[in-house]
Design a protein around this ligand. Structure first.
Ligand SMILES: Cc1cc2nc3c(=O)[nH]c(=O)nc-3n(C[C@H](O)[C@H](O)[C@H](O)COP(=O)(O)OP(=O)(O)OC[C@H]3O[C@@H](n4cnc5c(N)ncnc54)[C@H](O)[C@@H]3O)c2cc1C
Length: 324
């Protein structure tokens, strides 16, 4: 429908990513404020099987096309532009992840529309849209006013809780034909799966995170024991990974993973912006640091000024005793 708010849903091998639900939550707020419908755009072959999960939207537009199976920005942007020309949305929210990186910018270029990336919030104010965006990995924030439509917004993870964008309601589903370019310059050669047996930290509820403050690889054992007692997994800051104490698959932050566990226990981590970027949306952050001025305490819900090396075994013991 013309004038609606769009959320481009990102799916990967039949699974809808959390950021799509985050985008739906934000899109719902915006659509209600503008009093227009919220439409979820679901690209990919046989995508209608996933449409039932998108009840936060009023309508799901299924762009069922084989060429949209691969995460190639050029193809997705061309298909979206084709659809946008047909249906004239007012706002297009595109999740900014590695899978669809570049889609929002390309879409803006094709449509001659304003495109803003790294947005963490979006509001309608005084007849225009105002996007709040992060720069330099969260060190700076900027507010951008968009006066032309459609406004294309590349959404950064964490804009809203994903659960806010989930709904049991069944949306209306519509099949929409899209055309894709035949002369695509980018080709996907192969996928490289992470090593078998590695955990997916982005799905863990409890993370025991260690930083340079644990001082040596030998002390990692204390964190592993604590994680085992709590039923969680160990992850770390970049120096811990750079020194080879933990594999890269366990690094949290700007050049690592973005995690959102129920509990993030930060042990001997100073709280540099590049680390915070990857864990700031954890539901409960508990920081342990010997330095009371450590920046991590500005973010933590609970802070303990203590030696993590002494605290870890004592805490593991207490948890085990409590669990019986
Ligand atoms: C482009 C770029 C990308 C980056 N990407 C990432 C990233 O993805 N993830 C990341 O983490 N970093 C990243 N960094 C690095 C980042 O800037 C910080 O250097 C890093 O996060 C610091 O790690 P840390 O907190 O473990 O170490 P430090 O900053 O050295 O902090 C160690 C902390 O331990 C405390 N401490 C010392 N002994 C104890 C003890 N016994 N008990 C308790 N506390 C103790 C100290 O008081 C201190 O606060 C990136 C940097 C750049 C430039």
């Amino acid at each position: 429908m013309a004038g609606s708010v769009w959320v481009v849903v990102e799916q990967w091998q039949g699974q809808i990513n959390d950021i799509s639900f985050e985008a739906l939550a934000l899109g719902r707020e915006l659509a209600d404020a503008l009093q227009v419908p919220l439409e979820a755009i679901l690209p990919g072959p046989q995508c209608s099987t996933l449409a039932g999960q998108l009840g936060c939207a009023d309508t799901v537009l299924c762009a069922d096309h084989a060429a949209l199976a691969e995460p190639i920005p050029e193809v997705h942007a061309a298909a979206l532009a084709d659809l946008a020309r047909q249906r004239q949305p007012r706002v297009v929210l595109v999740p900014a992840t590695n899978n669809v990186w570049g889609v929002s910018t390309l879409l803006g270029a094709i449509l001659g529309a304003p495109a803003v990336n790294f947005a963490i919030d979006l509001k309608a104010s005084d007849g225009a849209l105002e996007a709040r965006c992060v720069l330099y990995g969260g060190k700076l924030e900027t507010r951008v006013r968009l006066t032309k439509e459609p406004a294309i917004i590349g959404l950064w993870p964490g804009a809203r809780p994903a659960d806010q964008g989930r709904s049991e309601r069944q949306p209306a589903v519509e099949q929409v034909p899209v055309s894709v370019p035949s002369d695509v310059r980018l080709r996907l050669k192969r996928y490289i799966e992470p090593e078998a047996g590695e955990v997916d930290l982005t799905r863990e509820d409890i993370l025991v995170a260690v930083g340079r403050g644990i001082q040596s690889k030998d002390n990692l054992e204390l964190a592993e024991e604590l994680a085992q007692a709590l039923g969680g997994e160990v992850c770390g800051s970049r120096p811990v990974v750079d020194q080879g104490w933990l594999p890269l698959s366990r690094q949290v932050g700007k050049s690592g993973l973005t995690v959102k566990p129920k509990l993030y226990l930060a042990l001997g981590i100073s709280g540099a912006p590049e680390h915070v970027e990857g864990m700031k949306n954890s539901a409960l952050i508990v920081a342990v640091n010997t330095d009371p001025q450590a920046p991590i305490f500005n973010l933590a819900h609970y802070g303990v000024v203590a030696d993590a090396l002494e605290l870890m075994p004592a805490l593991a013991e207490a948890v085990r005793a409590r669990k019986g």
